[in-house]
Write a protein that binds this ligand. Structure first.
Ligand SMILES: O=C(O)CCC(=O)C(=O)O
Ligand SMILES: [Mn+2]
Length: 223
């Protein structure tokens, strides 16, 4: 496991011309297990060709109903620079960061991506939260996705487009850190007790100047 994680990090950090990198430029036959304990995170690698990932990045940038995210933190109303959108099977409502959001119906592209992710993971999802980070100055702080509306221990499948960004996990007790780089078209799946024992974040970086879009397919318990 240690060796595998070392390889992921080395390959992800290595330049584009590295021979080792080509190993990870296609969907992995067997996903790599990222966490050593207390949960399960599967890294599937890039599940589509680069040109298709680029097509989806531009299509989503243009067609998604992007809005600034709202949150109430310590009683203060906050609006993020990062933009978000939420799509689902029905116009359900979903509460996180003390704000209730209402889902809008799937687009054709989102349905195609949902089908691809479901085929790759063997899981089923009924909603998708999308994030648009305009550049490296925008990120997401340490958190776990444990909102009460989410299916308990349900899988969350994260599909990335646009700029490659580092993504990190931190164990809530031991503080162990695990990081990997998420490339366009790559799929990462958080399962089982991951949200209970691990935090995750997208750290801001001065090295990235391009936009990134992330889709997290989820299962919401709708009343
Ligand atoms: O942008 C990402 O890769 C992660 C997004 C995330 O953790 C979330 O939406 O809860
Ligand atoms: Mn999250």
């Amino acid at each position: 496991m240690v060796v595998l994680l070392y390889i992921i990090t080395v390959c992800a950090v290595a330049g584009k011309n590295s021979n080792m990198l080509s190993l990870f430029e296609q969907a992995l036959i067997e996903p790599i297990k990222i966490l050593p304990m207390d949960g399960a995170v599967d890294y599937h690698g890039e599940i589509m060709p680069e040109i298709e990932a680029e097509h989806y990045f531009h299509a989503l940038l243009a067609e998604i109903d992007w809005r600034c995210d709202q949150a109430v933190i310590f009683g203060k109303h906050i609006e993020t620079k990062r933009k978000v959108a939420w799509y689902a099977d029905e116009p359900y409502s979903y509460t996180y960061s003390s704000i209730t959001k209402h889902a809008i119906p799937w687009t054709k592209n989102l349905l195609a991506l949902k089908a691809l992710v479901e085929q790759q993971t063997g899981e089923r999802f009924n909603s998708c939260l999308l994030n648009l980070y305009h550049n490296g100055s925008e990120g997401m702080a340490w958190h776990s996705d444990g909102e009460k509306d989410l299916k308990e221990r349900g899988a969350i499948a994260s599909l990335s487009f646009g700029a490659t960004r580092r993504f990190s996990f931190k164990h809530k007790q031991s503080k162990q850190l695990i990081s990997l780089d998420l490339k366009p078209g790559s799929l990462l799946v958080m399962k089982e007790d991951t949200q209970k024992h691990w935090l995750h974040r997208l750290p801001p970086t001065k090295k990235v100047h391009e936009a990134r879009i992330n889709l997290t397919f989820r299962t919401i318990n709708f009343q």
